[in-house]
Design a protein around this ligand. Structure first.
Ligand code: GUN
Length: 296
C-alpha cells in the first residue's frame, strides 16, 4: 500500500482564501479590519522566520499586522506593560507572544496576562479550561490545523482510535482534547509509555508531536491509518553534499520516518508541506474569529 499524501500547503491556501474573503466582508459590512499583534522577545533565528511569515500572511489576507520586537533583556514588567496596552487597544483583535521566551521571563505569567478573547494561540488558562470542558474557546493553531486535515480526509472521526504521541501544552494535550470532542477514543503516549510501538499500531489516527527526528517507523503504523506528522526537525543531510564553507547541508524531517510509514499508512502528511502551513492559516482564522466575537 502507498499512502495518499495530505497536502497541507494546498489546504492552507484554501483556508487563507476563505480568511481573506471573510476579512473583506468584515471591512465592507462592519468597517472592521482585524488586527494581529505579534510580540517577539530576543533574536532566536527560527522565531524570527516564523514571526516574519506570520506578519506577511496577515497582511496578504487584508488584516493589519503589528510587530513588536523587543530585546532579549526586556524586563517582565515592560513585557507585561506592552501586553496591557495591546489588551486595551481596540484595533488589536489578536495577540501572540512568540515562544519560547528567554529564561528570565515567566511564560505562564506572560501568556495568562493576555486578554483571553485576544489569545489567538489558545494558550491562556481560561481557553485551556474552556476547550477541556467542550465550551467555546480559542483553539491552539497547530492542533486545529491537524483536526481540519483529519476531518477533510476522513469525514467523521467518531469511534476511531487515536494515539497522540507527545504531551506538550501547545500540541499534544489540546490535540487529544479536540479528538475527544470529535468522539475518538484517545490515548496520549509519551517518553514513559510502555510498549509504545504496539500502542501506535492500534491507532486509526496517529499524531506525532514529540520533536524527535523520524522516531516513528513504518512498523509502528497500522495498515491504512491516517498519520499526522507535527514534527519539524532540522537534521544533517550528507546525501545533499557540502555547503561552500565545507559544512554538511541540512534538511527538514518530521517525527515520522516518512518512506517506511507511507508504505503502510492510508494517508500521511509530509514534512515540509503538511502541518506547518496549516498552523499559520489557523492563526489567521483565529484572528478573524476574535475580531468577529469582539463585534458581537
Ligand atoms: N512557538 C512554536 N510554536 C508556537 C506557537 O504555536 N505559538 C507561539 N506563540 N509560539 C510558538
Amino acid at each position: 500500500m502507498t499512502a495518499q499524501i495530505i497536502d497541507g500547503k494546498a489546504f492552507a491556501a484554501t483556508v487563507r482564501e476563505k480568511v481573506a474573503a471573510h476579512v473583506a466582508r468584515l471591512k465592507e459590512v462592519h468597517g472592521i479590519t482585524p488586527g494581529l499583534a505579534v510580540v517577539l522577545v530576543g533574536e532566536d533565528p527560527a522565531s524570527q522566520v516564523y514571526v516574519r511569515n506570520k506578519g506577511k500572511q496577515t497582511v496578504e489576507c487584508g488584516m493589519n499586522s503589528y510587530e513588536h520586537k523587543l530585546s532579549a533583556e526586556t524586563s517582565e514588567e515592560d513585557l507585561l506593560a506592552l501586553i496591557e496596552r495591546l489588551n486595551a487597544d481596540p484595533e488589536v483583535h489578536g495577540i501572540l507572544v512568540q515562544l519560547p521566551l528567554p529564561d528570565h521571563l515567566d511564560s505562564d505569567l506572560v501568556i495568562n496576562s493576555i486578554d483571553p478573547a485576544k489569545d489567538v494561540d489558545g494558550f491562556h488558562i481560561s481557553n485551556v479550561g474552556l476547550l477541556g470542558t467542550g465550551q467555546k474557546s480559542m483553539v491552539p493553531c497547530t492542533p486545529l490545523g491537524c483536526l481540519m486535515m483529519l476531518r477533510d480526509h476522513l469525514g467523521s472521526l467518531s469511534g476511531l482510535n487515536a494515539v497522540v504521541v507527545g504531551r506538550s501544552n501547545i500540541v499534544g494535550k489540546p490535540m487529544a482534547q479536540l479528538l475527544l470532542r470529535d468522539s475518538c477514543t484517545v490515548t496520549i503516549a509519551h517518553s514513559r509509555t510502555k510498549e509504545i510501538e504496539a500502542l501506535c499500531r492500534t491507532a486509526d489516527i496517529l499524531v506525532a508531536a514529540v520533536g524527535r527526528p523520524e522516531m516513528i517507523k513504518g512498523d509502528w503504523v497500522k495498515p491504512g491509518a491516517t498519520v499526522i506528522d507535527v514534527g519539524i526537525n532540522r537534521v544533517e543531510a550528507p546525501e545533499k553534499g557540502l555547503r561552500d564553507d565545507g559544512s554538511v547541508k541540512m534538511k527538514l524531517v518530521g517525527d515520522v520516518e516518512f518512506d517506511s510509514a507511507a508504505a503502510v499508512a492510508g494517508a500521511i502528511t509530509p514534512v515540509p508541506g503538511g502541518v506547518g502551513p496549516m498552523t499559520i492559516a489557523c492563526l489567521l482564522a483565529n484572528t478573524v474569529t476574535a475580531a468577529c466575537r469582539a463585534n458581537d
